[in-house]
Design a protein around this ligand. Structure first.
Ligand code: AMP
Length: 404
């Protein structure tokens, strides 16, 4: 395996495949791409080799297996295919690892069977992830495949935070507990935040606010996650683009009994037609802000509900951690929306938190502080990089002597 320094990262979603090929020497991206609308109308593949021209393919793409075969063809065309001797392994994002997987894991038949067993916990995602792994294996059976779980970073959450207060036997029988998601992002961002502060990971307590289309918060003490806002599924917690986040569970019974909705309809309502979209008809924070500025009351309310929930979690996690060294914003909204960051932190000087308006408004792709010089707690923006984190974890497993 010596000399093989490249890692292919595959993120097979329910109707898409995102991929990146990275050279772990210097963390260079050699190619990136996306297959979208798999199995739907007008699917397309977009492939961009580093320093080369973006290529696009539009053809029928019936399923994930075919999508991955097309990805392999595109990589082959650039001499970067799955047969390349320089490829050390493939890192797969796997959404749900349940309690079985708390570390990145080299794929074996037993591992595949266990991911399959966890399908009921992530019925849309784990099957797509499995197809990704199986297709990559079929394309090159000798290539090490590593599963990197979205839940793994949260495995350190103590039992009192992971347990729902429901009948314990029922919970155990159905694997019901809080698992948390976006783990690779929370792991990467909390580590980068410590580096930004110039301190050891083990010394710092960080609250990470991952605000993308999906959104989650985590409390990380000395590099170990102790609490996170998503639960059994990515539905719990913050207000998101299309997901409700927290609500009284009795809303579900009410919708079934009084509203006559089926379980599947309620599932779709809460996951796809709620959050910002449900409140004001737009799931993109840029559009919500534009409309709010133009005086649209529903958009203003959607923004206020979003911020209120975020601040509730922020306050709760200060209490969970006791001492906080940094609050860190990341993902699409967190990295780009100065108004969201300002509103989330406004008036929290009593907690040692403040945002400097000039620093907050400055645009940059680099990790940076946005708190004023005098602030007791750092407020930072750290761009997330889930692909790099998956590649790093994969490389550490398949090439430990080189990644050290
Ligand atoms: P992600 O899931 O991390 O890719 O984030 C996607 C979301 O980021 C989009 O739905 C947008 O709402 C949000 N976003 C991207 N750029 C901006 C921006 N400049 N201001 C506010 N939100 C943004």
């Amino acid at each position: 395996m010596s000399g093989a320094t490249r890692v292919l990262v595959l993120n097979s979603g329910s109707s898409s495949v995102k991929y990146q090929l990275l050279d772990m020497r210097g963390h260079r991206r050699l190619a990136t791409g996306l297959v979208e609308r798999i199995g739907e109308e007008a699917p397309r593949l977009v492939h961009t080799p580093a320093g080369g021209r973006r290529r696009e393919r539009r053809e029928r793409i019936a399923g994930h297996e075919q999508a991955l075969r097309l990805v392999a063809e595109e990589l082959d065309a650039d001499g970067l295919g799955l047969g390349s001797a320089e490829l050390a392994g493939v890192g797969h994002r796997v959404v749900h690892g349940g309690r079985s997987f708390t570390e990145p894991t080299l794929v074996t038949d037993e591992v595949l069977a266990e991911i399959e067993r966890l399908v009921p916990l992530a019925p849309l995602h784990n099957p797509a992830n499995l197809t990704g792994i199986r297709t990559a294996l079929a394309l090159n059976p000798r290539l090490p495949q590593v599963a990197v779980f979205d839940t793994a970073f949260h495995a350190t959450i103590p039992e009192h935070a992971a347990r729902y207060a429901i009948d314990a036997a029922t919970a155990d029988a159905h694997l019901i507990r809080r698992y948390g998601f976006h783990g690779t992002s929370h792991a990467y961002v909390s580590r980068r935040a410590a580096a930004l502060l110039g301190r050891e990971v083990a010394e710092v307590n960080v609250i990470v606010l991952h605000l993308g289309n999906g959104a989650s918060a985590s409390a990380v003490a000395g590099g170990r996650c102790v609490e996170t806002s998503m639960g059994l599924t990515p539905l719990e917690g913050l207000v998101m683009g299309t997901r409700s986040g927290d609500l009284d569970p009795a809303v579900v019974f009410h919708l079934a009994r009084r509203g006559g909705l089926t379980v599947d309809e309620i599932d779709t309502l809460l996951n796809k037609r709620s959050g910002l979209l449900g409140l004001c008809g737009a799931n993109d924070m840029r559009e919500v802000l534009d409309r709010a500025e133009r005086g649209e009351a529903a958009a203003r309310l959607a923004f206020d509900v979003y911020i209120h929930r975020l601040r509730k979690y922020l306050g709760a996690y200060v209490a969970v951690l006791g001492r906080v060294d940094a609050v860190v914003f990341t993902a699409g909204v967190g990295e780009n929306s100065a108004p969201v960051r300002a509103a989330a932190i406004e008036g929290l000087e009593v907690l040692g938190l403040a945002v400097d308006p000039g620093r907050n408004a400055a645009r940059s792709g680099e990790p940076r502080l946005i708190s004023p010089e005098y602030a007791r707690v750092a407020v930072a923006v750290v761009p997330t990089d889930e692909e790099l984190e998956i590649a790093t974890q994969t490389y550490a497993l398949v090439s430990p002597e080189q990644s050290a």
